[in-house]
Design a protein around this ligand. Structure first.
Ligand code: SF4
Length: 277
């Protein structure tokens, strides 16, 4: 008798028994769900995927999945993930985090991760605030946003992560919205499939410290133009849009970084000999 075909992996298979502690209505729930749906649709088994994070509300994601996970220190998720991907190129490696973790503490790693162009996918849940530490302005906060912790606003120009990613060499740049779970899932699939460093910024409201972000659903819209591989066009697009155009905004076919052949297979004895004093 013919054996049954192996059962298809479903999104629920990627969800761990740990219940998220996010505030009700937080956009991160939807992003977690989109990640699990994307991996299921691609048929990447949980043991063949790893999610690395730093610190912050969205950086809790690895614990909520059944994939391999690493909850690292603040702002250091990208170098960890790059090291992992180079050591285990067979794994699908994602990084999950927020705007404070990735663009402030991790800002320098962000630039160099784009430049290195290793084949990983960076998912940034941008809510323009530090949620876990009670609502300080983050690098992407508008200068005039007033809160108890910044009573006069920051007066600082916000960081432009997508433009910076383009200038630094990211291979795939997209923006999604947590209120559009189907669109976010689709973007994640495209980003994971695309070789090289992929940045997917997802507008993900912090309903506790930025309740006005609930209104994002009224202003987010699909980008009116097709994805481009032309850096000049992409630069104009990314530096002039208002931050609410969604979709794939830049896609290049630059080959991802590959470590030099042979180096990674050095034996421990050979490494000890090389560094012996
Ligand atoms: Fe989400 Fe904000 Fe609550 Fe953090 S503080 S869980 S970002 S709503």
């Amino acid at each position: 008798m013919k054996a049954d075909a192996a059962p298809k992996i479903q999104a629920k298979d990627y969800k761990s028994d740990i219940k998220p502690v996010w505030c009700p209505g937080c956009g991160d729930y939807s992003v977690l769900s989109a990640i699990t749906k994307a991996l299921a649709e691609m048929g990447v088994a949980p043991e063949n995927a790893a999610i690395v994070s730093g610190i912050g509300c969205s950086s809790r994601i690895p614990a909520y999945t059944t994939c391999y996970g690493f909850h690292g220190v603040h702002g250091r998720a990208l170098p960890l993930a790059i090291g992992l991907k180079i050591a285990r190129p067979d794994l699908t490696v994602l990084v999950a985090g927020g705007d404070g973790d990735g663009y402030s503490i991790g800002g320098n790693h962000f630039i160099h991760a784009c430049r290195r162009n290793v084949d990983i996918t960076y998912v940034v849940m941008d809510n323009q605030v530090y949620g876990m530490t009670k609502g300080q302005p983050s690098p992407t906060t508008e200068p005039e946003w007033v809160s108890a912790l910044a009573p006069s606003g920051t007066g600082l120009r916000p960081f432009r992560p997508l433009g910076i990613a383009l200038a630094a060499g990211a291979n795939f740049i997209a923006r999604g919205f947590s209120g559009d779970p189907k669109g976010t899932t689709k973007l994640l699939i495209e980003a994971i499939r695309h070789p090289g460093f992929s940045l997917v910024e997802i507008l993900s409201p912090c309903v506790t410290y930025r309740p006005e972000q609930r209104e994002w659903k009224k202003i987010v819209r699909p980008a009116p133009v097709e994805p481009t591989s032309d850096q000049g066009r992409a630069a104009k697009r990314l530096l002039t849009d208002d931050g609410f155009n969604t979709g794939i905004l830049f896609r290049s076919d630059t080959a991802p970084y590959q470590p030099p052949v042979g180096k990674q297979s050095a034996s421990l004895a050979a490494i000890e000999k090389e560094f012996a004093v």
